[in-house]
Design a protein around this ligand. Structure first.
Ligand code: SAH
Length: 213
């Protein structure tokens, strides 16, 4: 597991690219500039690790495009010490970004293979999520609620009710909603039954599937 000078250079170029695409949050840019994305990917894609693109990982899933990771993370407005829930651990790259921001991260993955690989891998890089869970993200994580923010990293055909219910007042849910193409959607909980919804652009994710596998 090597992180070379060359990788660091490529990473700074990637930071410039996503900055040019409109990401302004300095903490998010710093995290992207710091995390060795090439180590989260299959060796056959190493040369592409610092392109602003999604790539295949194990179990037919993908590591999200860095711009998408940055865009979603920016919408979460993470503050140090925030309790955060991620649905779709995947490669653990987004989890690492949240750890870099000082969040207490709970992350759920429905593919056992990925759950196992990533649970072993993240601590090796020094990223310690509060808890990685093998389970179904549609249900959220009631026993740890409420969360300051929740991020869904797979395309949701609808907004799962438990996720809204598990937000703290003032909490933020960032979720791509749609079947083939998803609209990035932000819900801010204004009161026990009051949510403010804002829609952003279109993105493409692998589908949020029910149950575990
Ligand atoms: N955050 C990841 C993105 C991985 S792609 C990364 O940075 O690499 C989306 C992930 O969501 C996949 O790993 C997929 O298996 C997972 N997923 C899909 N449906 C899910 C569900 N209901 N609960 C938990 N994880 C789910």
């Amino acid at each position: 597991m090597k992180d070379t000078f060359k990788h660091k250079g490529l990473r700074q170029q990637l930071v410039s690219v996503i900055k040019a695409k409109g990401i302004t949050n300095e903490a998010v840019l710093t995290a992207i500039g710091k995390i060795p994305r090439h180590l989260f990917m299959d060796s056959s894609f190493l040369d592409h690790a610092y392109q602003d693109k999604a790539f295949p990982i194990a179990a037919n899933q993908t590591i999200s495009q860095p711009y998408t990771v940055a865009f979603q993370t920016e919408l979460m407005q993470v503050k140090k010490g925030d309790k955060v829930l991620e649905i779709g651990t995947g490669s653990g790259y987004q989890t690492a970004v949240l750890c870099e921001l000082g969040a207490k991260v709970f992350s759920i993955e429905r593919q056992q293979e990925l759950f196992k690989i990533t649970s072993r891998f993240l601590p090796k890089l020094g990223y310690r999520a509060k808890k990685l869970i093998f389970g179904d993200g549609y249900k959220g994580l009631k026993e740890e609620a409420p969360f300051d923010s929740i991020i869904v990293t797979a395309g949701a055909p609808f907004v799962p009710k438990p996720l809204l219910a598990q937000l703290a007042i003032g909490g933020r849910l960032v979720i791509p909603v749609g079947e083939d193409v998803q609209t990035m959607t932000l819900f801010v909980r204004k009161g026990p039954k009051e949510f403010e919804k804002t829609e952003f652009g279109e993105f493409r994710f692998v589908p949020l599937l029910e149950d575990k596998n």
